[in-house]
Design a protein around this ligand. Structure first.
Ligand SMILES: Cc1ncc(COP(=O)(O)O)c(C=O)c1O
Length: 398
């Protein structure tokens, strides 16, 4: 983007919407979802029907979701936090068991490991993709490792085949096979090789929270699996136990959420295509920008662009990155977010559980990364403005 174009764009004024660094999925869903809600309420009014338990909409949604991910099963739930807990419960972890989790992460997966009383082991992340680094994962494996639990960072797939290969070279001393479980809360609709995210590994957990790639009235989630035993176990946990799980509670999605989920799922590929179009246009506009590294998308993945992750150079790490973010917010009205620094920097139980663990690459990346807003509804003009602001702000900081 040359200087004159940039000045012209900045002269037009700010973005038409005050995009947040991590925007909510609003604006572009409406009548179809509203009709689905109303139909559902109307179908539930008979005194002997109500909202029920496993109603038709829920069964249909689960079938459609499994079909989308090309898995044998999907289990709908009330959120990815519950799903990550459930995934750890299925493993029946014991206190010596270790679960390896990506260091650059939201806190939910580490919390799930801690919640089930196992040892949380962080792995370092690849500096280009921000995903769990298979070579580093392998170094962290011991005879106690039960699972590798990568996040599909910011909408892009983790290197699942490489992680499966690493897992296949080792055995847990009691349970044998080391399981691969994905946190795809932010990555629904992304692709990996010839699959959608959700196919590889024993289980994959998705979120339909209001910020995510699709939403079921603000909260919701699903777990996909191809494994019969895992499916029965997850179903038991979700609704007060069965023969497979023993214990259970209530993690169900409502009938109304499932009805909305069916509509959202039918629109998901369009949401993703539009996110990708914004990212592609942005990549062109940022071509040649000094100091910033734009997201890297390996040939074998399809990024869903849940977030648009940028990197400042090493000598801008920390304070200078933070000043750039401040400048973008104060002078240009462009909100950005650091998503996410290493989880061991979160004070409390995660920091306690991982004391002394070394993750130097992730620590450096955490001080360099920040995310510019991206959304399926973002106009070309708003995208242009964000790019012009990035160019201008970076040059001011140089
Ligand atoms: C990577 C990741 N995992 C898990 C979660 C938790 O999802 P939910 O809000 O559906 O419980 C989130 C939510 O932000 C997330 O970003």
């Amino acid at each position: 983007m040359d200087t004159n174009t940039r000045k012209e764009i900045l002269k037009r004024g700010g973005t038409s919407i005050a995009w947040q660094g991590e925007p909510h999925l609003g604006g572009d869903y409406g009548q179809e979802e509203i009709d689905a809600v109303v139909n559902c309420i109307e179908a539930s009014t008979a005194y002997n029907v109500g909202f029920g338990f496993m109603m038709e909409e829920i069964i249909d949604f689960e079938a459609a979701f499994a079909d989308y991910c090309d898995t044998k099963y999907s289990v709908s739930i009330n959120g990815a936090g519950s799903g990550l807990d459930m995934a750890m419960m299925v493993l029946e972890l014991e206190p010596d068991d270790e679960v390896i989790v990506s260091a650059l992460n939201f806190k939910a997966a580490p919390m799930a490991v801690i919640g089930q009383g196992a040892k949380l082991i962080l792995c370092d992340c690849d500096p280009r993709t921000f995903q769990a680094d298979p070579a580093d994962v392998e170094k962290r494996i011991t005879k106690n490792t039960r699972a590798i639990f990568p996040v599909h960072f910011n909408g892009m797939s983790a290197p699942m085949d490489d992680l499966l290969e690493v897992a296949s070279r080792h055995q847990h001393h009691k349970h044998g096979e080391i399981q691969l479980i994905g946190d795809a809360a932010r990555a629904l609709g992304g692709g990996y090789k010839d699959t959608k995210i959700g196919k590889k590994g024993l289980m994959t957990v998705f979120s339909f929270h209001t910020m995510k790639n699709m939403t079921t009235l603000g909260e919701g989630g699903a777990v996909t699996t191809d494994d019969d035993h895992t499916y029965e176990y997850l179903r038991g946990i979700r609704q007060f136990g069965n023969e497979t799980s023993g214990w259970g509670t209530n993690y169900k999605m409502t009938r109304v959420q499932a009805a909305v989920g069916l509509v959202q799922l039918s629109r998901l590929d369009d949401f993703i295509a539009r996110r990708r179009a914004v990212a592609a246009a942005r990549k062109e506009m940022l071509d040649g920008i000094p100091h910033l590294t734009v997201p890297y998308e390996p040939d074998d993945v399809t990024h869903s662009y849940y977030l648009y992750t940028l990197l400042v150079p090493q000598d801008w790490a920390g304070d200078k990155r933070d000043k750039l973010m401040e400048l973008l917010r104060e002078e240009y009205g462009v909100d950005t977010v650091v998503a996410n620094p290493p989880v061991n920097q979160i004070p409390g139980v995660i920091a306690e559980a991982t004391k002394g663990q070394q993750i130097p690459v992730s620590e450096e990346l955490g001080a360099r990364l920040f995310c510019a807003p991206i959304h399926p509804m973002m106009s070309q003009e708003d995208n242009e403005y964000i790019c012009a602001a990035l160019w201008d702000a970076v040059e001011k900081m140089s």
